[in-house]
Design a protein around this ligand. Structure first.
Ligand SMILES: Nc1ncnc2c1ncn2[C@@H]1O[C@H](COP(=O)(O)OP(=O)(O)OP(=O)(O)O)[C@@H](O)[C@H]1O
Ligand SMILES: O=P(O)(O)O[C@@H]1[C@H](O)[C@H](O)[C@@H](OP(=O)(O)O)[C@H](OP(=O)(O)O)[C@H]1O
Length: 476
């Protein structure tokens, strides 16, 4: 399919203007070709000529190319290609991206939502298989050198309202705690600064986490083998807060089996101040060094955890991350002080972990409390959060920002950025992905909101635990 044809197809979906994603009523979707090889029973086909595309080397969850229908590739230009899944999932996801990215879209709700998604560049296919469509997406990890990546599925149910009884049972069986916890860690890879390697955690790791261990299981994503990256936890909290605000403000869409993709830079900066409590443990289930040495000792390997092999270490990542500015770590004491100050300003226990009356913990929201707004300013100065960039910009970043401006987007969105006065910041990405089960609605997405609140509580508790550990640690 030529570029023009792709474009035309995109325009025809875009022209719908309004999402109509319910099965059987998907206006315009009939024109979307079904991908070949979609039926498990069909004849095996020759391997496709992928035009230089390769399976995504840093994929942490989901359908894998070559193993499942609907896998993920990386284009030589660095973008991610997600194969359109068999109907109705793939066309539904494609129409979702088309609608949110429609040039004439002026709905403020969708325009804001766009900020939380990977950029969308339309559809792509190889010349020899023009009907095998892929969604061409920004690689959210693209500007990181050692990207630590985590995929967390949100919501109280992993299936949509139109799912068959079999599908419901299959999904519930996989993680019965979904309804109570509201999120599921699908997979992650974490950079270990000591061994200069990644540890990968598959879906079995996440499914093994229960109510009492899910916080520590999550904390492991932020532990680099030496210390907890509190700066990355805090920056993640702020990003998740923004997404929560969006969900609380909209009554148009509901998302089932959709994920948040977290990314932060694992490579430490040489300019980072030495953390005061760097050697503190982060809790029994979170000490990565302990887990790794267990495996190295020939001890019983942990379920769902895999260390990168020596051969793999030598393999360059296919993410075009060659020339980027290294974000500076923020020292844990700074984060700790700011976090505690924020908590003190809060009126008592109920503020950060109170009860909203719907069974989920109440998380302070920036616009209502002033707590996050006020401290965001301080944290920006401290270099924890992204601030307007006006400092010593490196060439690649300047180029990215120009590119952003051309698209009419906030400069630095999704890219590395410096804080006020040219200070580096803790760069974290949190983006929504996987939209195979998005539907129109006329009420808030309570399931997703429930999951977001619980996720925020867990992230905040990780910081609290670290702060408490540092307070009780003996001073030398
Ligand atoms: N835009 C992106 N940038 C970087 N990585 C991505 C991007 N989109 C997807 N990935 C990687 O691919 C994985 C799977 O993505 P996604 O959830 O969209 O696929 P899926 O096959 O629909 O998943 P599932 O099987 O859970 O339905 C993510 O966990 C992430 O590692
Ligand atoms: O984590 P696992 O064990 O790989 O399980 C998959 C996961 O639950 C996906 O979310 C789901 O796709 P949907 O969310 O789109 O339903 C997929 O369904 P599938 O097998 O029907 O593709 C499951 O197999």
């Amino acid at each position: 399919m030529s570029r023009t044809q792709h474009h035309r197809m995109m325009e025809s979906s875009v022209a719908l203007g309004k999402l109509d994603l319910a099965p059987g009523s998907a206006a315009g979707l009939d024109s979307v070709p079904r991908i070949s090889g979609g039926d498990p029973g069909t004849e095996p086909q020759d391997p496709p000529n992928l035009n230089g595309c390769v399976p995504l080397s840093h994929q942490v969850a989901g359908h894998k190319f070559g193993f499942h229908i609907g896998g993920i590739l990386q284009h030589p230009d660095g973008t991610v290609l997600k194969q359109v899944q068999p109907a109705p999932r793939g066309p539904r996801e494609m129409q979702f991206y088309n609608t949110v990215n429609a040039e004439d879209c002026c709905d403020p709700c969708l325009l804001e939502l766009k900020n939380y998604l990977p950029r969308y560049y339309g559809t792509w296919s190889t010349p020899d298989r023009p009907h095998d469509l892929f969604l061409k997406l920004e690689d959210v990890t693209r500007h990181f050198i050692k990207p630590c990546i985590m995929d967390v599925k949100l919501g109280r149910q992993n299936y949509d309202p139109f799912a068959s009884q079999d599908k419901r049972e299959q999904q519930i069986k996989k993680y019965p705690l979904m309804e109570e916890i509201g999120f599921l860690l699908l997979g992650m890879r974490v950079y270990n600064v000591c061994s200069d390697s990644f540890s990968s955690y598959d879906q079995h790791y996440g499914r093994g986490l229960v109510k009492d261990t899910v916080k520590d299981g999550l904390a492991r994503f932020f532990h680099n083998g030496v210390r907890l990256r509190e700066d990355a936890v805090l920056a993640s909290i702020c990003k998740v807060q923004q997404i929560l605000h969006w969900f609380q403000s909209q009554q148009k869409l509901v998302f089932y089996a959709s994920s948040l993709l977290f990314v932060y830079e694992g490579l430490p900066s040489s300019s980072s101040p030495a953390p005061l409590h760097s050697s503190l443990p982060v809790g029994p289930a979170v000490n990565e060094s302990a887990a790794l040495s267990l495996a190295a000792d020939g001890g019983q390997e942990e379920k769902g955890v895999r260390e990168e092999t020596v051969e793999e270490k030598g393999v360059a990542e296919n993410n075009n991350n060659t020339e980027v500015a290294v974000p500076r770590d923020c020292s844990p004491p700074t984060i700790y002080n700011q976090y505690m100050k924020a908590r003190e300003r809060c009126s008592g226990e109920g503020c950060l972990h109170g009860n909203s009356g719907d069974g989920t913990p109440e998380i302070t929201s920036g616009s209502n409390s002033g707590l996050w707004e006020e401290d965001n300013a301080t944290w920006q100065q401290r270099g924890v959060l992204k601030a307007s960039a006006n400092g010593n910009q490196t060439k690649p970043q300047l180029e990215r920002k120009d590119e952003d401006r051309e698209r009419g987007e906030e400069p630095g969105r999704g890219g590395g950025a410096e804080g006020e006065g040219g200070r580096d910041v803790t760069d974290v990405e949190v983006r929504m992905i996987d939209f195979a089960h998005v539907f129109q609605s006329d009420s808030c997405d309570q399931g997703y909101i429930y999951g977001l609140k619980n996720l925020l509580t867990a992230l905040e508790q990780i910081l609290c635990d670290a702060a408490q550990s540092s307070l009780s640690a003996p001073t030398s």
